[in-house]
Design a protein around this ligand. Structure first.
Ligand code: UDP
Length: 462
């Protein structure tokens, strides 16, 4: 059933549809804002659950005031509102619950949309949006919010298996090079592959799902990636051998900031799109610290740590003598019988003069604060890009998804950080913090600031 999209006296109507996770919402709202600035009519399709949180912690009404053609619509993600949605909930429930319900709701929104939707920009993980778009005759562009290098690895998994480089035998050297991902032959090791590749079972359901969604992304009318040619040129060329219409439109947060600052001035109040309550008190604490003296420690919106890991990290930070700003998200420390909750209070009490702990930080503002000299990160793609643009070197502690590949590229290709993958030991934490913040401070600061400059050149040109 095709809707009438013939009369084009109105601005084109784009529906932006993210996977219901913080990192995906962040970059997709920024893309939606950029399109609204360019004069498009925008519908941002959020899950009921995330929209409730967006409304609670942000000035969402202001979006429509600032961009008259911008509206939010909400649909179910297939789960009850009070479900905790923690850990890998969406991978566990994707095919059984989410996909079916979201597909039905998406179809309903599109059929009833007035004016009709002229183009869908769907999260590349939501492959079912392609089926709905084709059925209704609406053009669709997929947006993969994860890194291009990981997109390329996901795409190559069947070839890696076919070449016999997977599965990884339990007892073998994790530093063995993987040679079947074009463009990455010299640096991608077994340990840099997404964690589901560590399973002996090459029929693993998460692996199959990710490969399926990745290959489906290439069937859309075009593919958008949150990167710049300057950053990911060689990998983008590889992806273009499979899909010629690949557009590098990022880093989106920097693109948006550049446009808004040019139009309204540097002090313009940008929107936040956070699903947690932001604790801005850390900015006042940072204001009192010397330039480049603090390491910011945060592992994104999904990762959890065990109580033991948090204590190792904390001792490493404390012994390094560098001041730190640490984010511990509510319910993100897994301990026995609620032990995780106490550890945060205990650390806070003991690190009063050395560190500052919050539940959720204004991350972009933190990374751009002059007191920050390094970022201890899980290498989620948004965090990685935010750090690159701010010119802040990284210590990488990846946990899952694209993070293992990202940390390898950060440390080995871009040389703007150190990779602490697969280890959580206070002595190593201490050594890496000292390297980045003291002993090799100038070397890392120089490479990170050169990379940020290159990136900014491209932002002006786009
Ligand atoms: N973030 C934030 N405050 C925090 C921690 C994270 O605003 O205390 C934001 C961060 O700026 C980034 C997003 O949450 O834009 C996390 O996305 P990322 O892709 O880095 O990781 P994910 O959460 O998807 O693992």
């Amino acid at each position: 059933m095709e809707q009438d999209r013939s009369s084009q006296s109105r601005p084109p109507h784009v529906l932006v549809f993210p996977l219901p996770l913080q990192g995906h919402i962040n970059s997709m709202i920024k893309l939606a804002e950029l399109l609204a600035i360019a004069g498009f009519k925008l519908t941002f399709l959020n899950s009921h659950h995330n929209h409730e949180r967006l409304v609670k912690f942000n000035n969402i009404a202001a979006h429509s005031e600032r961009y008259p053609g911008f509206q939010f619509k909400t649909i179910t993600d297939g789960l009850p509102l009070n479900h905790p949605r923690s850990g890998s909930w969406f991978l566990d429930m994707f095919e059984d619950t989410m996909e079916l319900k979201m597909k039905e709701s998406l179809r309903e929104v599109l059929v009833n949309s007035s004016p009709p939707v002229d183009c869908i920009i769907g999260d590349g993980f939501l492959g079912f949006a392609l089926d709905v778009a084709k059925e209704l005759g609406i053009p669709i562009i997929f947006f993969r919010t994860s890194s291009p290098c990981c997109f390329w690895v996901y795409h190559s998994i069947p070839d890696i298996i076919q070449a016999g480089e997977l599965p990884i035998n339990g007892s073998e050297d994790m530093d063995r090079l993987i040679t079947t991902v074009p463009g990455m032959e010299t640096y991608l090791r077994c340990r840099d592959l997404p964690t589901f590749c560590r399973k002996l079972d090459i029929e693993d359901s998460s692996m199959k799902l990710v490969v399926k969604q990745t290959r489906k992304s290439l069937q859309a009318d075009a593919l958008i990636l949150n990167t710049a040619e300057e950053l990911d040129g060689p990998i983008l060329s590889q992806i273009r051998t499979k899909c010629p219409r690949v557009y590098a439109v990022g880093p989106l947060h920097a693109q948006l900031n550049t446009r808004l600052n040019a139009k309204h001035g540097e002090s313009y109040d940008h929107f936040s799109n956070t699903l947690w309550e932001v604790d801005k008190s850390c900015i006042f604490w940072l204001n009192k610290q010397p330039n480049r003296s603090v390491i910011y420690v945060s592992f994104g919106s999904i990762t959890s740590t065990s109580r033991e890991q948090l204590v190792e990290l904390w001792y490493g930070l404390l012994n390094s003598k560098t001041k730190f700003l640490l984010v511990v998200r509510p319910n993100s420390v897994i301990g026995k019988d609620g032990e995780g909750e106490d550890v945060e209070m205990e650390l806070m009490e003991k690190s009063k003069d050395r560190g500052y702990i919050v539940n959720w930080a204004p991350q972009e503002a933190v990374l751009n604060h002059p007191a920050i000299g390094g970022f201890f990160t899980h290498n989620g793609w948004n965090s990685t890009l935010e750090s690159i643009v701010a010119g802040v070197p990284m210590i990488c502690w990846p946990q899952f998804a694209d993070q293992h590949v990202n940390s390898r590229v950060v440390s080995e290709v871009w040389k703007i950080g150190l990779d602490m993958k697969d280890v959580c030991d206070s002595k190593i934490v201490e050594k890496m913090v000292n390297d980045v913040m003291v002993d090799r401070k100038e070397e890392f600061a120089k490479s990170a600031s050169e990379m940020a400059k290159e990136d900014k050149k491209e932002i002006k040109m786009v």
